[in-house]
Design a binder for this molecule. Structure first.
Ligand code: ZN
Length: 146
């Protein structure tokens, strides 16, 4: 997440600068330049996942157009969702999209967005269970399950 925030992950838009400049298309959709914002927020695959994540957190449907809008949403204080849960889910989502991108690039194995969402669900579930004794995490399972 930190490397993504700093825009230091080796996305194709960045690696194309060092090597083959024609190899800059997104590993998931193979249509647009694979920038951080495209891969994690604007790619059709990522948008499907975000719509599921946003809905389960209790928000009306919307999508992020820029990384800065995404970070602003993480810092938002509202009554819709817990900021701890929102950040946990956001990190699991970024991690899972990057994992899917690498699985497609290195292993030529593709999973649908729904399978990636199930993986995010499991990551969030495990993270909450591992910290269930901490005050901030006590009620998160109920919020995530609702
Ligand atoms: Zn794409």
């Amino acid at each position: 997440m930190w490397l993504a925030h700093l825009d230091r992950l080796p996305t194709r838009a960045r690696t194309a600068i060092w090597g083959d400049q024609l190899l800059d298309k997104c590993c998931i959709c193979n249509t647009y330049r694979e920038t951080r914002d495209h891969l994690f927020l604007q790619c059709g695959f990522s948008e499907q996942i975000w719509l599921l994540v946003i809905k389960i957190l209790g928000y009306n449907q919307f999508l992020f157009h820029t990384w800065y809008a995404f970070i602003d949403w993480l810092d938002l204080k509202d009554n819709v969702s817990s900021s701890t849960l929102r950040r946990l889910v956001a990190q699991a989502t970024i991690y899972s999209i990057w994992w899917e991108r690498n699985n497609r690039l290195h292993n030529s194995i593709s999973m649908p967005a729904t399978a990636t969402f199930k993986k995010i669900d499991r990551l969030v579930w495990n993270a909450i269970l591992a910290r269930k004794e901490r005050k901030k995490f006590r009620n998160l399972m109920l919020l995530w399950l609702k």
